[in-house]
Design a protein around this ligand. Structure first.
Ligand code: C2E
Ligand code: CA
Ligand code: CA
Length: 404
């Protein structure tokens, strides 16, 4: 089996090569990308083929799901390329599934295994094939993406880009928001919208987040060297699942200590989801604030309309979603809502960041409306580390988009 360089999740099997054998533990499941695979069982030392699988089919998933030994063997009958899904990736999802679904899956697997044991040579792989078909294309794409993403994490293909946050009155750069990018040799540049939700569904977001925090703090030290006369801050997006990890705060503190940064230079961006989903994550945010990290509510105004949580939980600021800026000049109701949100933030002594500012006219209206901080393509798109550094070096106080 050859592990083709760029992605450890793609596995290549030569014609005749065994992919797995009966009785082995199920370490991997596979999605066939190209080629064909014969699945067979042995009865009294005699091999009986159960069926042929080809592009898009899944194999080896049963032993991975119920951690029983393989009940069949698989062999490539032509040059075959598969995406290999590590067992942990699947068992984690099974473990976290609703208990009823878990019970149904284990019953179904038990039944399929019994069927295979009773199979004779004419018995085709009926139930497993049905099972494969019922795993929709979407689920397969998701597993494929998740697998590649795990490999990307190990191959340093994930890197933060930096979008300037500016003082809305003076245009002075106050810091950056770190926005993760995936540079995949096969998929090209993948936007976080496509992969962060998958990472957040699994614990993959935890190592991704740890790597991002490390990188961002390392980069912030260098940004700070470009303008030593004033502190810059970095905003980092964190998902509830990251915050639910016991070590989130201790890890964060040890990273900033290592790089000689202040907690106040780190702004944690969370969405309103954190108030609905996980009390552990919410408690963690509180500890972070006690230790001097700032907490901002992201995409404010788009999610759950209940503001009840703000009576119990303090945050340092809101980020008003770009949907409001988009309609700022055309919709009077949007203008009133935006104004009310700014007044509420002011009353609660919170900072406000307005996202998605794209035009000078929008900026002019916002300058008059009393918000503090702006972010958007008008000031700059998310930039690579080198470009963000250049922006700071060239014009470290007043940043004009004309100079980009
Ligand atoms: P977000 O936190 O709301 O980030 C703002 C998004 O709006 C970014 O998209 C940014 O490029 C885009 N944007 C900024 N200014 C403008 C503008 O003027 N016009 C328009 N049309 N768009 C603008 P991006 O980089 O694709 O990120 C999408 C989302 O992915 C983020 O939304 C955030 O929820 C998530 N994300 C990004 N990096 C991370 C990360 O490191 N960890 C986690 N958990 N999530 C991340
Ligand atoms: Ca954000
Ligand atoms: Ca946002």
């Amino acid at each position: 089996m050859i592990n083709r360089g760029f992605s450890s999740s793609l596995k290549h099997f030569h014609m005749g090569e065994t992919i797995f054998s009966e009785g082995e533990p199920g370490d991997w499941a596979y999605i066939i990308e190209s080629g064909r695979v014969e699945v067979a069982i042995s009865v009294d030392g005699q091999q009986y083929p159960l069926g042929i699988l080809s592009k898009g089919d899944v194999l080896g998933e049963m032993a991975v799901m119920d951690t029983a030994p393989r009940s069949a063997s698989a062999r490539a009958i032509e040059e075959t390329v598969c995406v290999a899904i590590p067992s942990g990736q699947i068992s984690e999802r099974v473990e976290e599934a609703d208990p009823v679904i878990k019970l149904l899956v284990s019953t179904l697997l038990h039944r399929i295994r019994n069927n295979i044991l009773q199979a004779d040579s004419s018995h085709q792989l009926q139930i497993p094939q049905k099972l494969c078909q019922s795993l929709s294309k979407r689920a397969l794409d998701k597993m494929r993406l998740e697998s590649e993403l795990r490999a990307a994490l190990n191959n340093q293909q994930l890197r933060p880009h930096y979008q300037p946050l500016v003082n809305i009155q003076t245009r002075e750069i106050l810091g950056f928001e770190a926005l993760i990018r995936w540079f995949s040799p096969t998929r090209g540049e993948v936007s976080p919208g496509e992969f962060t939700s998958i990472a957040e569904e699994t614990s993959l977001i935890i190592p991704i987040g740890q790597q991002t925090i490390q990188q961002v703090c390392r980069d912030l030290v260098q940004f700070q060297q470009c303008c030593p006369d004033r502190p810059l801050s970095i905003s980092i997006n964190v998902a509830p699942r990251q915050l639910a990890a016991d070590t989130f705060l201790t890890d964060l503190k040890s990273v900033i200590e290592r790089y000689g940064l202040q907690a106040s230079q780190i702004k944690l961006e969370v969405t309103e989801r954190v108030f609905m989903e996980d009390p552990v994550a919410l408690a963690m945010l509180q500890y972070c604030r006690k230790d001097g990290f700032q907490v901002f509510l992201d995409d404010f105004g788009t999610g759950f309309s209940s503001l009840n949580y703000l009576t119990r939980f303090e945050v340092d600021g809101f980020k008003i979603d770009r949907a409001f800026v988009r309609e700022l000049l055309t919709n009077r109701r949007t203008q009133i809502l935006l104004k009310s949100m700014l007044a509420m933030a002011h009353g609660l002594d919170m900072q406000t960041v307005v996202e998605g500012i794209e035009t000078e006219t929008q900026l002019m209206v916002l300058q008059k409306s009393g918000c503090n901080i702006g972010q958007g393509y008008l000031f700059g798109k998310p930039l690579s580390f080198e470009d963000a550094q250049k922006v700071l070096i060239q014009d470290h106080l007043i940043y004009s988009p004309m100079k980009l």
